[in-house]
Design a protein around this ligand. Structure first.
Ligand code: PLP
Length: 614
């Protein structure tokens, strides 16, 4: 269940939503976006900063400019824009296409801050300057020294003094994956020396009056609060020095980095954070305040560009298990008898069989298992040399799996250290209708953990342990690390098909849905077209005043036709050539008329269809 209003009295049952979607022929995988959660996160950020500001008697205000790169989907951005307009938040863009999207989104919202980061050319700067002249609250941030000259030229040409910021290259580093986003070798921003030169240049060109913002971004997912503290202290001191040098700074923008506790461990580790929203806000406010008070300077307005922390929670990706592979706990005794009855059975086969027999009545299962493992590796060696037949090898494997299953059930949670690899080796494989490369890129690319669990059957203990394999033809297309107790788990607790057994084989036709949570940030736009598997369907689900959920928007996923066009295949041309191929096959009697018609229909439907299994 999801609680978009944070009130347990008004849940949204995700399984019920999936049933509702099925009724509308919207199939999984599907992203369920919950704008209520997004609004709640935004209001929480507003609340914690307001509280810290009020508590410390801080003289400036706070705003967050949401970086649209974190999730550029128009519906998501519009929710942020609409809620943002009510609570004083803005948007951030980092490229020319994002600038156009940002200008479109803030149309009719002249007051809304629109921060423009990223490398800029003359066209970019001129667009910003003209938008400012038009009345927009748009703030370009200088990332490279050369951009100052572009601002000068544009300001002179259009006789306007734009408001702008400078991004500082701090010595403070981010942490983990993003440690290199800042520091002297960081890609963006001006060094302290360059900032001083910039101030002189701006003075000489009469532009210093426009320098209102000091900006930095040291990296995403700052999981250790100490990194936040260092960064804010350095920024506050830089602010003080620049104001003393004559810069009329009013806004201190400390960028993104506010992290998300993906694994719930509340620790300083890559998929977690060791602080709360309250601690983040009060640290930022307190540090800036104390440095400014010491210098006797007014407190600047504070700004963050929190992206991940706003949107991650608001999307859940639901996918269906389309099959599972389970190692049989009992060997096929027919197979065993056949291979033992052969003339002169190979020694490793006899050894595994011995181990299997002993496993039924010994306490020393660890030793039995070690014998079986050794015998299996000898069996495979013999097979590879051509000295063992297929039936004997299959028997060895079946017996070995069965011994493994007995060992696991015997030891339960007290598995000896020497056998700690066994649960992974014997874990089930759950095939999910999903592409990790399209929908969970950070799981593949940077080993980020996402909470995953079934969205139903929650009153039944999940008795299986498995990993997830996606439908791409890439062995990397799997998820085999999950949030655990302090450390990542290598298997996930999952159910068997109803009535027991493996999915896809047991005759259970009820769907088994898994929810992959906290996927609202970065995953949607980072995803790629590996194997030409395209965007998933997405729906926006909100709670009505009557406490019932409803679907506000449906965004259909990509069709086969769409993804083929991205790689310059012309679907019309494909259809034409394949149709003529079918025609010739019918003429020459290789296909009947009926078969030809079926193939043509499959082809037409296939082109318009979803890129996932249906
Ligand atoms: N601001 C800038 C300049 C960024 O490059 C980024 C992302 O890397 C962000 C803000 C958003 O960061 P986060 O999602 O960690 O809040």
């Amino acid at each position: 269940e999801a609680y978009p209003s944070a009130d347990p009295a008004y849940p949204i049952d995700l399984e019920e939503v999936m049933r509702g979607l099925a009724g509308r022929e919207i199939t999984s995988p599907v992203i369920i976006r919950l704008p209520g959660i997004l609004e709640h996160r935004m209001r929480e950020l507003r609340r914690v900063f307001d509280a810290a500001i009020a508590e410390g008697g801080y003289g400036g205000g706070y705003s967050c400019a949401y970086p649209i790169k974190v999730n550029q989907e128009r519906h998501v951005c519009e929710v942020i824009r609409d809620v943002g307009a009510r609570i004083g938040f803005g948007l951030e863009v980092g490229s020319k296409p994002e600038l156009i999207a940002g200008l479109a989104l803030t149309q009719g919202f002249n007051e809304m801050p629109l921060v423009c980061n990223g490398f800029k050319d003359a066209e970019y700067i001129e667009t910003v300057v003209l938008a400012a002249k038009m009345g927009r609250n748009i703030i370009p941030v200088v990332e490279r020294v050369t951009e100052l000259r572009l601002i000068y030229e544009s300001a002179t040409a259009h006789e306007v003094l734009p408001t702008f910021g400078i991004r500082a290259k701090l010595a403070s580093a981010g942490v983990g994956r993003w440690a290199d986003s800042s520091g002297i070798r960081g890609k963006f921003g001006l060094t302290v020396g360059e900032i001083l030169q910039a101030v002189d240049y701006l003075k000489s060109e009469n532009l210093l009056g426009g320098l209102k913002m000091l900006h930095c971004h040291v990296g995403s997912q700052l999981f250790d609060i100490r990194a936040v503290k260092y960064m804010v202290s350095e920024m506050a001191h830089l602010y003080v020095e620049l104001v003393r040098a004559g810069a009329p700074l009013e806004i201190l923008d400390i960028g993104g980095g506010l992290g998300v506790d993906y694994d719930g461990s509340q620790s300083a580790s890559e998929s977690s954070i060791n602080y709360t929203l309250e601690q983040y806000a009060s640290d930022v406010v307190y540090r800036v305040q104390s440095v400014c008070d010491e210098a006797g300077l007014p407190h600047p307005n504070l700004m963050t560009e929190s992206g991940r922390a706003l949107v991650a929670h608001s999307s859940v990706l639901v996918c269906e298990v389309i099959g599972s592979r389970v190692f049989p706990a009992d060997p096929d005794m027919g197979l065993v008898e056949r291979s033992l009855a052969a003339e002169d059975p190979p020694q490793p086969l006899l050894d595994v069989y011995q181990a299997y027999r002993r496993s039924a009545d010994t306490e020393d299962l660890a030793e039995v298992y070690a014998d079986a493992e050794h015998a299996l590796s000898e069996a495979i060696g013999l097979f590879n040399l051509g000295y063992m037949d297929l039936i004997s090898r299959a028997t060895c494997e079946e017996l070995y799996w069965s011994i493994g299953a007995s060992v696991l059930s015997h030891f339960g949670d007290d598995l000896p250290e020497s056998l700690s690899h066994l649960p992974d080796r014997l874990a089930d494989l759950y095939f999910v209708n999903l592409s990790v490369f399209q929908s969970l890129l950070d799981s593949w690319g940077i080993d980020q953990l996402f909470p995953i669990m079934p969205i139903h059957r929650l009153d039944e203990e999940p008795m299986r342990r498995g990993i997830l394999a996606d439908i791409t033809c890439d062995s990397d297309g799997r998820v085999d690390r999950f949030p655990g107790d302090g450390e990542a788990k290598t298997t996930l607790e999952l159910h068997s098909a109803r009535g027991g057994g493996a999915f896809g084989q047991s005759g259970d036709t009820d769907p088994y849905y898994l929810g992959i949570f906290l996927t609202g940030a970065y995953q949607e736009t980072l995803g790629d077209l590996h194997n030409l598997i395209g965007d998933t369907n997405a729906v926006h689900v909100t709670l009505g005043d009557d406490g019932r959920w409803r679907i506000d928007a449906i965004v259909e996923g990509e069709s086969v036709r769409d993804v083929l066009s991205y790689v310059q295949f012309d679907p019309k041309e494909i259809r034409k050539t394949l149709r003529s191929d079918i025609e010739s096959a019918m003429e020459e009697g290789r296909l009947t008329l009926r078969e030809g018609a079926s193939l043509r229909r499959f082809l037409d439907q296939g082109l318009e269809g979803y890129t996932y299994l249906e």
